[in-house]
Design a protein around this ligand. Sequence first.
Ligand SMILES: Cc1ncc(COP(=O)(O)O)c(C=O)c1O
Length: 333
Amino acid sequence: MVPQPFPRHIVDVAPSVGSTIWRYSDSFGLADPEAAEARLGLGEGGTPLMPGMGDLLLKVEFVNPTLSFKDRGAAVVVAHAIEQGAERLVCDSSGNAGTAVAAYSARAGVPCTVYVPAATSNAKTLQAEAHGAYVVRVDGDRAAAADAAEEAVGRGEGFYASHVWESSFLAGTKTFAFEVWEQLGRRAPERLVLPVGNGTLVLGAWLGFEELRLAGLVDEVPPITAVQAVGCAPIVAHATGRHFDPAPTIADGIAIAAPPRVAEIADAVADSAGEFMTVDDVEIADARRRLAEVGWYVEPTGAVAVAAAGQLGDRGGTTVVPLCGAGLKWPGP
Ligand SMILES: Cc1ncc(COP(=O)(O)O)c(C=O)c1O
């Protein structure tokens, strides 16, 4: 075999400056967004919106710098913390948010401690530790990790860069909506199908489209179908009155037994004229396998919305579904 010569084409391609979340930074509520981007930007946002899975349009969020959509919010919450004078950051997480905050803290040169539930996958904690974060495994569940972080903040161990409580995190995740709107040619999709645990994506998407509506750029916030795992569906229970027996789920990113913003999430979904759905682990694993078979490798939580969207039937119009987290974050097959 003789190696083929290199292909030589004349290209006229501008460098990819300006395709990150910082295009929208005037809406982040930061005092100096340009300084923030220069200090801690890692290239977050600007993710592709892809056909290739039936009628769905997939927003490939796992190509964000730390491999999940949480980078959108983490970049802004860390920027906000630094503007507030923070010299150390504390957060709690089921994995991805903590990893994202760890990365932006590292980029900004600010130490960070991440409290995680004891069962968090090594793939996620190793990633956070690689960014220099001090990871504390807390005996107990996700709520126990949150309690430990709050206690640490109470002891003066740092600024609470919480994706749950800090509204600056939602200022970052709302860019998901702005990008979808732009990528569809400045219009809203007919529906969004989103996984929900603590609600940073659902609330961010709602907030983004609501801001577009207030600016007269869309008529309405598109209906949001918010999806939980059958074994951990407190928001669906709150919104519908249905009872669910708690059970373990492979969708660890949304296994939040008592989300503090439960009422706001229910209100946002109702305001969008959306609905709630649940999917079980068999359906999640099946959606994950189907995605991998056509080239997208996601963690189980990243397949939740695809599993649900497949059950909606043909409702016409455009359905946007995010692929939130990369498959390598999951320790299992
Ligand atoms: C991959 C992935 N998808 C979705 C979610 C859900 O985000 P939220 O808990 O903010 O609703 C998470 C949260 O950690 C996640 O890691």
